[in-house]
Ligand binder design. Structure first.
Ligand code: SF4
Length: 441
């Protein structure tokens, strides 16, 4: 019997390697703690995370947190970018501070775009769509080249990163230009800068990314640790558990190799811990791990450190291309741009590959295969918000009562409406750029 699984199109089987080999945690385990999960969460499009507990904890207890992402202004804004924008917007609606970078330094250094092109693509493609999708004023939208905090931090991060480390991740060789390397560190600075004092200090920050972006996240988490004065090591506390279970556990060790001796002393005093040459051991029964971390951060800030929290990340599945295979910006037929004319978007849906059978007779007998259907994917990721309505589509498809021709027409119409509405909102967004401290081009 076929199992009814309306989220089957986003099965994570192919991603299990990421859990096993790279230590990415399963997002599903956190789902029950999220009050109004985004449809990408409910539908398992977001399948993995690193340290998202810290963000969740902040959301639940109404503490500061942020979400950030960057976009390279080299091409057209499409449905894949929309996913990331929606995730940022959702976190903003949950009380988070939102950061959106236009990675113009990277586009200039790596893709050879002129500053003028970067500016035009940045505003006309990405920023207008982000605002049209619901980003609210208060969000920090910026161009890397215009952000002194990001550029200054990137220089500081450069002291802690070396060539071998960067080349292992980005494939740099002796021929790679230096600006390319700088732009890699600028990305890390983008991720960490919401935690600078100027932006409210250390806090959980989530970076929603596709799974291929994990190396950047790992690099930046590593740099965050290296930049800090102290390393807090919970001994015997299971990482990744939520809420953190400290019952019956022993102690937390705070190491500060390069920290001023007075700072370590202060940590020992404030936590009641035992001071050693380069570390303090603190019995966890005296206070929670979170309290210890909070004291350590306060002391580090007082002594001029950064006290970065390792950035959290969520990983979403990619949409497949409309013609099968991957979406590629060099193949316009493989994706729908948010600036495609509504008619053109609808036509692309009509030409998309489906999970339908070869003949109508077979389709009626065997049912369709929505899990392999790019049209169904459009409904699941973007066009149907109501889970029950989506389940109906799924059931009708696998039950053989839904025919691909009609299903495509239905989806094409939804796409046409979405694009029309989105583009009207983009025009209004242009008039609202000033609310975000931006000028039109
Ligand atoms: S009926 Fe719809 S969902 Fe099912 S395979 Fe055909 S196009 Fe895809």
């Amino acid at each position: 019997m076929t199992t009814l699984d309306p989220w089957g199109a986003v099965k994570i089987d192919n991603y299990s390697k990421l859990f096993d080999e790279f230590g990415i945690s399963r997002f599903d385990e956190l789902l029950k703690h999220i009050e109004n999960p985004h449809r990408y969460m409910r539908r398992h499009v977001i399948f993995g995370h690193r340290s998202y507990e810290s963000v969740l904890w902040a959301m639940i207890f109404k503490r500061p947190f942020a979400a950030m992402s960057g976009f390279m202004p080299t091409g057209r804004v499409h449905l894949g970018h929309k996913m990331v924008m929606e995730e940022i917007i959702w976190h903003q609606s949950q009380g988070g501070d939102a950061f959106l970078a236009i990675a113009d330094m990277e586009a200039h250094a790596v893709r050879g775009k002129t500053w003028k092109e970067c500016r035009e693509f940045g505003i006309n493609e990405y920023i207008l769509s982000a605002i049209a999708l619901g980003l609210e004023p208060g969000a920090h939208i910026y161009f890397q080249s215009e952000s002194d905090p990001v550029k200054d931090l990137s220089f500081e991060l450069g002291i802690k990163a070396n060539f071998s480390e960067l080349s292992a991740i980005y494939g740099f060789s002796g021929q790679t230009n230096v600006a390319h390397m700088v732009s890699a560190l600028t990305q890390s600075a983008d991720i960490l800068h919401p935690q600078l004092k100027k932006f409210g200090g250390p806090k959980p920050v989530v970076i929603p990314v596709g799974s291929d972006q994990d190396p950047h996240i790992r690099l930046t988490r590593g740099l965050a640790y290296k930049m800090n004065m102290f390393i807090v090591e919970p001994r015997g506390v299971q990482p990744g558990t939520f809420p953190i279970d400290t019952e019956g556990k022993t102690f937390v060790s705070v190491r500060g190799k390069s920290a001023p001796k007075d700072a370590l002393k202060e940590i020992a005093k404030r936590t009641g811990g035992k001071l050693y040459e380069e570390h303090v051991d603190i019995l966890i029964s005296k206070q929670t791990l979170e309290q210890v971390e909070s004291i350590v951060r306060e002391v580090e800030l007082k002594y001029g450190g950064y006290a970065f929290m390792p950035p959290a990340s969520t990983y979403h599945k990619f949409m497949t291309g409309l013609q099968g295979g991957k979406m590629s910006s060099s193949i316009p037929e493989s994706y729908i741009a948010l600036t495609d004319k509504p008619e053109e978007g609808a036509k692309k849906v009509m030409r998309a590959i489906t999970g339908g059978r070869v003949t109508l007779e077979e389709q009626k007998k065997l049912g369709g295969e929505p899990d392999k259907c790019s049209v169904y994917e459009l409904l699941l990721y973007h066009l149907i918000e109501d889970d029950n309505q989506l389940l109906e589509v799924y059931k009708d498809c696998v039950g053989g009562t839904r025919v691909c021709g009609n299903c495509k027409k239905f989806t094409a119409e939804l796409m046409r409406e979405f694009l029309k509405d989105h583009q009207e909102k983009r025009e209004k967004a242009r008039e609202r750029l000033g609310e975000f401290g931006l000028k039109d081009v």
